[in-house]
Design a protein around this ligand. Structure first.
Ligand code: MTE
Ligand code: QUE
Ligand code: MOS
Length: 756
């Protein structure tokens, strides 16, 4: 079994060691947070004398005990490590406790007396918007003349839509273990997508130089964006307690805590207006988005920016205008989640596509086809980037054929005529997802490649394995570049002492950025060894081939030399067998003031056709069949890529149909556990699920000619939501508004015309 197969087997047999599974030093303490139980309040007094005397308690820390800066905000300084004078959401940390067991800490926490004056929380984005509670400036985009676009349109429709949030529900909750060392340095094992940021935030809070903080991340139990910034919390809390107590401290949130205090996908309220002709073509689209950012800014600025850059999805919109407002509320701070703002804005334009189909009577897929970006004209995005190598038209034609669309539409019509309580519908949704961090400087990666005397290889790189298959892809890159088997390549855990200043493993760029860095390092190593091999074996430099763990000259393929022989001799000749390399994505830029530029290195595109059956007696639905065609360039590993596509699609189905966050009027999240918060299960996946990789479209500048896959196919799950919308129209041809998620209750309300 190669390393990747072993890793997957370990995952499925529960043997992967997440942070809480690491063997702990015998004197390890357990960290715990004392949380606010009000959404907004002034802290009058905090008394923890009694709690300190509670059995097993070693330390209790307040904001006064933080040696450095009381701030753990990733981008803005608006997130205290521990609350000072105010608490701003239910679950905000006020004190830290270290005790000999988690239970002892929890018992002590009950003895803490916090006196708060409750203030009126803001829980509604509309109210926040009216009060202009914006943690940073709103975002705007305008291209073309929107007003004259409306005037010249046959139809103008206006509408509202409410889009819900989504809990990440990673398998492993947030966790970190900090171990202080005698020399004043500290080692932190962290379940994070962003070890370098954990390091930086700890350095600020402890007032220690970054070089003294070693953050190590091995395979984590999922992130989905939720561990980009908010993994900083357990990291910094455990580090504070560990340095204070001079003992190892492990801090693991339980599921309920994690769901209560960490942010989710941003809920949004949207107003839109769209002008189009009777042929279904859009002339003009204007919108106002109110994002519920929660109590702090976190990554919301970049998330809203990505929403802005995906207002168009795959469509050419001649005139477009949008205002996107970050609305502060007294809730946990909403954060990165697969798609990073794009799912919300794409949901709106796809909803509009369905509305256009309803108004004009043109089939939904046909409306979409008519509006797709063109190949030579109608091919510039509202922010100015040219849409190159556009395959949208071909994807459309292919899915129409492979899904047998026309025949099934007829069959569905026949079914619906004969069925009173069950209706079926099929919806097609394309995706065009921009690949690159829009924050241009983040598009950098590095790697260190070590060759050992026996010819085996160890890789160090900046990305985090969270189940997306990054490690396997990196091993594949090294194995192909060196011409050796995958079994001979080892990948090491991510470590801030080995690869410094990494970007988060995010924006689907992990394998692109780190893979390119590994490739550059290997090219450099090979170039050095080629010079040596040329003299050692008397062959021409330019003819050297690395294959099957051997070296040979293209001119004499029969005369092979074992790689181990070359490497041993290179070592004896005192040639370095180790190389570090750095990669930055070329040619991208984005101007935030004007919302113009070329923010993306390329686009990843795909398309899906989903058929649903909705039962109007119960409100339940079944996805009868889903066809997906997605472009990953030349796949580095087709099984991994298909897994990513299936997972992303089903995760979006969850967001758009069953996952509902319910709060009480005090701002308490009532659905803070798997008992009340439902994610899709095996029974919910499409009955007939056909995932194909788009063929023959290698991306020549991609790593091994591949394209990123992590986030883009998430968008395709919207086809299920829109198929449900259509099915409701078959039952109720009148007006209704299908917010997201389309839960059973909402489906029935829309079907029978009840007001919300
Ligand atoms: N797949 C699994 N199994 N677990 C995850 O946490 N995160 C997704 C995606 N696929 C995730 C996943 C998100 S949000 C991103 S940005 C990418 O993986 C990150 O990895 P990549 O850049 O290596 O694709
Ligand atoms: C997509 C992303 C991210 C992004 C921009 C994207 C992302 C991320 C950041 C970001 C921005 C500013 C910072 C920072 C991070 O931007 O994941 O630390 O200061 O973290 O288009 O996925
Ligand atoms: Mo993914 S939301 O960019 O971590």
């Amino acid at each position: 079994m190669d390393q990747a197969t072993k890793r997957i087997a370990a995952h499925f047999t529960g043997q992967t060691r997440f942070v809480d599974d690491i063997d702990k030093p015998s004197n390890t303490l357990y960290g715990y947070i004392v949380k606010s139980d009000v959404a907004y309040g002034r802290v009058e007094s905090v008394n923890y004398e009694k709690a300190l005397k509670s059995p097993g308690v070693c330390a209790i820390l307040s904001h006064k005990d933080i040696p450095g800066k009381n701030s753990m905000g990733a981008v803005f300084d608006d997130e205290p490590v521990l609350a000072e004078d105010y608490v701003e959401f239910i679950g905000q940390a006020v004190l830290l406790i270290a005790a000999t067991s988690r239970q002892a800490a929890a018992d002590a926490a009950k003895k803490v007396e916090i006196v708060l004056t409750e203030l009126e929380p803001v829980l509604d984005v509309e109210e926040s918007f009216r009060k202009k509670n914006f943690p940073f400036d709103p975002l705007f985009i305008e291209s073309g003349d929107v007003e004259s676009g409306f005037e010249g349109s046959h139809f103008v429709i206006e509408g509202e839509l409410a889009i819900g949030g989504q809990e990440h529900f990673y398998l492993e909750t947030n966790a970190a273990m900090s171990i202080p060392k005698a020399d004043g340095t500290i080692v932190v094992y962290s379940s994070t997508q962003n070890p370098s940021e954990n390091q930086l935030i700890i350095s600020h809070a402890l007032d220690l130089e970054s070089s003294r903080i070693e953050v190590i991340t091995d395979v984590i139990g999922g992130g989905f964006g939720g561990k980009e910034t908010q993994s900083n919390w357990c990291a910094v809390w455990s580090a504070l307690l560990a340095t204070h107590c001079k003992r190892a401290v492990v801090m693991v949130l339980d599921r309920r805590e994690d769901m209560l205090i960490t942010g989710k996908r941003h809920p949004v309220k949207v107003n839109y207006k769209v002008g189009f002709n009777s042929n279904g073509k859009i002339n003009s689209y204007s919108s106002r988005f109110l994002f519920d950012v929660g109590f702090s800014a976190d990554l919301s600025r970049s998330i809203i920016e990505r929403a802005l850059l995906h207002l168009d999805n795959s469509y050419y919109i001649p005139a477009l205008k949008s205002e996107l407002y970050p609305c502060k509320t007294n809730r946990s701070s909403n954060t990165a989640f697969r798609g990073f703002g794009a799912p919300q804005s794409i949901a709106v334009i796809e909803y509009i596509m369905d509305e256009i189909s309803r108004k004009t009577g043109i089939d939904g897929a046909e409306v979409r086809r008519k509006n797709l970006y063109g190949e030579r004209v109608r091919n510039r995005a509202p922010y100015g980037q040219l849409i190159k190598d556009n395959i949208l038209g071909d994807l459309y034609r292919s899915i129409m054929e492979s899904s047998d669309y026309s025949a099934r539409v007829k069959e569905i019509k026949r079914f619906n005529r004969n069925s009173q309580w069950k209706k079926r519908a099929i919806a097609v949704v394309p995706v065009k997802f921009g690949i690159s961090f829009t924050t241009t400087f983040l598009n950098q990666g590095a790697a260190l490649v070590n060759l050992y005397k026996d010819g085996s290889v160890a890789l160090h790189q900046g990305g985090v394995e969270m189940g997306q298959g990054l490690y396997d892809k990196m091993i594949e890159v090294a194995s192909r570049e060196f011409g050796i088997k995958k079994e001979s390549v080892r990948i090491c855990s991510t470590n801030t002492m080995v690869i410094p200043n990494t970007s988060a493993t995010a924006a689907s760029t992990g394998s692109d950025i780190n893979g390119h860095a590994i490739k550059l390092a290997i090219e450099c190593l090979k170039a050095r060894l080629n010079v040596f091999a040329a003299t050692l074996y008397g062959i021409d430099l330019i003819d050297i081939v690395w294959e099957n763990s051997t070296i040979y000259s293209r001119k004499k393929p029969s005369e092979t030399h074992p790689l181990s022989h070359l490497i041993q001799n290179a070592y004896l000749a005192r040639i370095s067998l180790s190389e570090q390399a750095f990669y930055k994505t070329p040619g991208i830029h984005f101007n935030r003031e004007s919302s113009r530029g070329e923010p993306f290195y390329y686009y990843a595109c795909g398309i899906a056709a989903s058929e649903v059956e909705v039962d109007f007696l119960t409100g339940s639905h079944t996805v009868l069949r889903a066809d997906i065609l997605h472009d990953v360039g030349e796949s580095i590993d087709p099984l991994i890529d298909k897994g990513q596509i299936e997972g992303a699609f089903v995760q979006c189905m969850g967001w758009t149909t069953v996952e509902e966050l319910v709060y009480n009027n005090k701002g308490l999240l009532l659905t803070a556990g798997p008992d009340s918060y439902k994610i899709p299960g095996v029974a919910d996946i499409p009955k007939d699920f056909r995932v194909s990789l788009y063929k023959d479209n290698p991306f020549k500048d991609g790593i091994l000619r591949s394209r990123a896959v992590g986030e883009p196919p998430f968008i395709l799950g919207l086809s299920v939501w829109l198929a449900i919308k259509q099915a409701i129209s078959k039952f109720n041809p009148g007006e209704f508004r299908l917010d997201l998620p389309a839960t059973k209750e909402k489906i029935l309300k829309c079907a029978y015309g009840y007001e919300e």
